[in-house]
Design a protein around this ligand. Structure first.
Ligand code: KG4
Ligand code: ZN
Length: 344
């Protein structure tokens, strides 16, 4: 007999991507992401402009998600939305929209923690060839987050380490900005790094206790290094761009791998699942694949569309909560800070 079909409409609006998805159980029927281009000219996300763009995008994005999924809204089982963490003005747009729609359709409302969603994206039907088994370690790396999380069950998570300052994506983007590359510079650093020597320049690695990270010192040392070298040779950056990018990337990936290796030793868990936009980075992928071969780890990298901010990952959490009858009330509020340990 066919499993009962539950249709979840999911909304994500925590930062600068307005996204809506429709899932039929664990399968994604549509996953629309409107990325806001407006921030490019400012070299980073401007919160005020982000919430305004969400207001403009949300209705067309939801319409498109329903239309591609070929489903009428009256057949939806529930509405899931990102409650936090994120930018308050951005979260308010998705939260208010989801509450109104759930009320209008008389269907349950489901609140989702964005960081849990990055991790549970691995359980979307076509995210991986097989999802990770519990327990596993999740490494969530993006423009807004850097966390190592112990995942014991869908809703039993514990942060083992996180960045005390900049996120790893910010380290890529801010380094790229120093080199005069456009925002977001992470993908460009990756591209140029492929052509350069990762050992050409050495940058100091931060000394941070335990499994926490720090990336702001690295950014400062890159800035001083570039200022020093361009004083001697104004064309230093253009003449050495590939080697500089390769060396920056080598340092960042080394920091990540050092901490994840420490987490493996500390927990004895060798299943590593990564998520977030930085998991597109070719060097971190290669390092994980090497660890798989040499150290016997199992590594999980979901499809890229489920790594960056997207509503399908909100939808899978929505589905998991729906089948366990975990619903939110209409007085639920957005949370700019929302701990992953708030497990339900
Ligand atoms: O998850 P995401 O799309 O958005 C959030 O920040 O939540 O991640 C975007 C980040 C940016 O910092 C971008 O530069 C970085 O991911 N990124 C990369 C690569 N592709 C995206 N960083 C390094 N190498 C890449 N290939
Ligand atoms: Zn995110």
């Amino acid at each position: 007999m066919e499993k009962e079909a539950n249709y979840i409409l999911a909304i994500e609006s925590s930062c600068d991507d307005t996204s809506a998805a429709v899932l039929r159980n664990k399968k994604v029927l549509s996953n629309i992401v409107a990325t806001q281009q407006i921030h490019e000219q400012y070299g980073g996300v401007v919160p005020e402009l982000a919430s305004r763009a969400h207001q403009q995008n949300i209705v067309p994005v939801v319409h498109q998600a329903l239309s591609i999924a070929n489903i009428d809204k009256k057949h939806l089982s529930a509405i899931a939305f990102t409650r936090g963490p994120g930018l308050m003005g951005s979260l308010l747009v998705g939260t208010s929209f989801a509450k109104s729609l759930a009320l209008g359709l008389s269907v349950p409302l489901i609140e989702v923690n964005h960081m849990q969603a990055h991790i549970l994206a691995h359980f979307i039907e076509d995210a991986n060839s097989t999802p990770p088994n519990f327990p596993f370690l999740a490494l969530t790396i993006s423009g807004g987050h850097t966390q190592i999380v112990l995942v014991e069950d869908y809703f039993k998570m514990e942060i083992l380490g996180e960045s005390l300052d900049d996120a790893v994506g910010e380290a890529f983007d801010k380094s790229a900005k120093i080199l005069g590359l456009p925002y977001p510079g992470g993908p460009l650093v990756d591209k140029y790094a492929k052509l350069g020597n990762p050992k050409a320049f050495k940058f100091p690695e931060p000394k941070v206790e335990g499994l926490n990270f720090s990336f702001s010192g690295l950014k400062t040392s890159i800035l001083y290094f570039i200022q020093r070298e361009t004083k001697k040779n104004p064309d230093f950056v253009t003449q050495n761009l590939h080697d500089i990018c390769a060396s920056i990337q080598f340092t960042i990936v080394h920091i990540l791998m050092r901490k994840i290796t420490k987490a493996v030793k500390q927990t004895g868990i060798t299943s590593i699942a990564i998520g977030g936009g930085v998991s597109a980075n070719s060097s971190i992928r290669e390092a994980l694949k090497n660890a798989e071969k040499q150290l016997g780890w199992s590594t999980y990298i979901p499809k890229f569309e489920y790594c960056t901010d997207n509503a399908a990952m909100i939808g899978i959490v929505g589905y998991l909560k729906y089948i366990s009858n975990t619903f939110a009330s209409q007085d639920v509020t957005a949370q700019a800070r929302y701990a992953i340990e708030n497990n339900k």
